[in-house]
Design a protein around this ligand. Structure first.
Ligand SMILES: Cc1cc2nc3c(=O)[nH]c(=O)nc-3n(C[C@H](O)[C@H](O)[C@H](O)COP(=O)(O)OP(=O)(O)OC[C@H]3O[C@@H](n4cnc5c(N)ncnc54)[C@H](O)[C@@H]3O)c2cc1C
Length: 491
């Protein structure tokens, strides 16, 4: 049996979905997971009976098959939620997505006039338009300088920790694609939620689905189902070596919780661990050029300060973006507004304060209490809570939350991609596995593609999210015929 199975690295949405899809075709797998629980960045952490996400995880996909898989896994526990999120900038709340009247009133006459003038200048006077060579230019070309300065620059630089000029335009085109100030204004009046090509604008969807007990619930259900069907997830098994010969992987080694080595063989291997570590764990190591390219891939790290606040209603939003430049805080989640069952006592509120940083920053090693104190201080400063309202707090750190799209990443990725194409039975999938800023749905799609490739399909996992239109509009093309699929047992 062991030589017939697929070994999957990582039990996040991509790895678990790959195993789930393989099961549909009757193939067993074993998942090796470094963490003590499944879900990866989409896990739900429980502290003293209160649950929270790493950020907040909306479930939304334009790929029908992904919605089908979510429904299969979670059935009736999948809630439909209305979205409310706003931007806090210098003590004013702005609707998000921006609504012109609300934005102009909030900004005051001078800033409002300057937004309109700078948009008009970019739209009608600047000719030829500067090429979209980085994030800053991409946004200015579509929204004008002033709006960029107020509503994009501060928050984006908090998230990425590098100047907007050093961020590749790929990131903007992936996240804010085909969305301009003109469309924002049009949407405020007709509220179609679609761009000029009739596509749904993901940035402004106002309803999404959410598991009753947070995103981890989806992935724990999936893990449970796979376990019952003979495809286990082995927690606390961190992969350290991937052994290969003549373009084929034959064994993966991991370290268990006690640091003991464990070894796993199989006929196929799928990896969702970060690409940089994956390349560096290959034995023998790839040529120097590939190793150097992998070492240059960068990741932004993240921690969340969770505060238990002694107030029933703190704010009505699911989350608030904090554009105020004086605080480091980037975003605040209010978990009760995602699902009431996320809090133990509904007379209280749990807030998730999101901070973006590098692991090498000194704050990363601060003791938890110091970070909690920072969170409380900044929340008071921006007027969200009062002193003495916080009953308890905790910290969750998440390394490699964001693959960084710096100006060299695409070139480095190309070198790695070309090298990996030489393997017959190793595929990389997922967000950090492909160094792609994917949400859950696209991470899952790469897992589905990898599973189907094992059955002879020729999907290009690297294409997910670069050919967004194709994937977002279309059904999952080129799939295996339904009669080769094994129906999922009912639970
Ligand atoms: C703040 C934030 C908010 C987000 N909000 C949303 C949202 O609203 N909606 C949405 O759909 N998506 C959202 N996302 C994105 C979503 O979290 C990811 O797309 C998704 O979790 C990626 O799944 P994955 O399986 O590719 O990777 P991951 O979730 O990173 O999972 C990879 C797994 O591999 C494991 N691993 C790593 N190294 C090893 C090793 N050496 N050996 C064994 N295991 C290893 C990790 O522990 C992890 O469990 C958000 C992300 C962040 C950071």
């Amino acid at each position: 049996m062991e030589n017939n199975r697929t070994v999957i690295i990582g039990a996040g949405p991509a790895g678990l979905t790959a195993a789930y899809e393989l099961k549909k075709f009757g193939k067993d797998s074993v998942i090796l997971e470094a963490d003590t629980q499944v879900g990866g960045i989409s896990k739900t952490v429980c502290y003293e009976g209160n649950r929270f996400d790493i950020g907040g995880h909306r479930f939304f996909s334009k790929v029908p098959y992904i919605n089908q898989v979510w429904d299969e896994i979670l059935e009736e526990e999948f809630l439909t939620r209305d979205r409310l999120s706003r931007i806090l900038y210098n003590k004013h709340f702005f609707d998000y997505p921006l609504k012109p009247v609300n934005a102009l009133l909030g900004l005051g006459l001078v800033d409002a006039a300057s937004v309109i003038l700078s948009y008009g200048k970019t739209k009608f006077l600047t000719w030829p338009k500067k090429p979209d060579e980085n994030f800053e230019q991409w946004v200015i070309n579509r929204f004008g300088y002033k709006l960029y300065e107020i509503f994009f620059k501060t928050y984006t630089e908090k998230v990425w920790g590098i100047p907007c000029k050093s961020i590749s335009a790929d990131w903007a085109s992936q996240r804010i694609k085909n969305f301009s100030l003109g469309e924002a204004i049009k949407n405020a009046f007709v509220n179609s939620g679609k761009n000029k090509d009739g596509e749904i604008i993901t940035t402004i969807i106002n309803q999404f689905k959410y598991p009753r007990l947070g995103p981890g619930m989806m992935w724990e259900h999936c893990q449970g189902f796979l376990e019952r069907e003979g495809s286990p997830t082995l927690l606390q098994n961190r992969v350290t070596q991937i052994r290969h010969k003549n373009g084929e992987v034959f064994e993966v080694s991991a370290k268990d919780a006690q640091g003991n080595p464990t070894h796993f063989s199989g006929d196929q291997f799928i990896s969702s661990m970060p690409l940089r570590e994956m390349i560096l764990s290959l034995d023998p190591l790839p040529p120097n050029k590939v190793v150097e390219a992998a070492k240059k891939l960068r990741y932004r790290d993240y921690f969340t300060v969770v505060l238990l606040v002694d107030r029933k209603d703190v704010f009505p939003d699911n989350w608030i973006y904090i554009h105020t430049p004086q605080v480091k805080l980037g975003r605040i989640q209010n978990y009760k507004n995602w699902s009431e069952d996320m809090v133990k006592d509904t007379r209280l509120t749990t807030l998730g304060l999101e901070y973006f940083l590098w692991e090498k920053d000194e704050e990363w090693n601060w003791p938890n209490q110091r970070l909690i104190d920072l969170g409380i201080k900044e929340c008071i400063e921006i007027g969200i809570i009062q002193p003495n309202e916080v009953l308890d707090g905790t910290i969750v750190r998440m390394k490699k939350a964001y693959p960084v799209y710096d100006m060299d990443y695409a070139q480095n990725l190309e070198i790695i991609k070309r090298y990996l194409a030489g393997f017959k039975n190793l595929q990389t999938i997922g967000r950090n596995g492909l160094h792609r800023y994917n949400n859950q749905d696209h991470s899952m799609l790469t897992g589905i593609y990898a599973a189907r490739n094992i059955f002879g399909n020729k999907h290009n996992v690297w294409s997910v999210n670069t050919e967004m239109d194709y994937h977002e509009k279309g059904e999952l093309k080129g799939g295996l015929s339904k009669d080769r699929m094994i129906p999922m047992p009912t639970r």
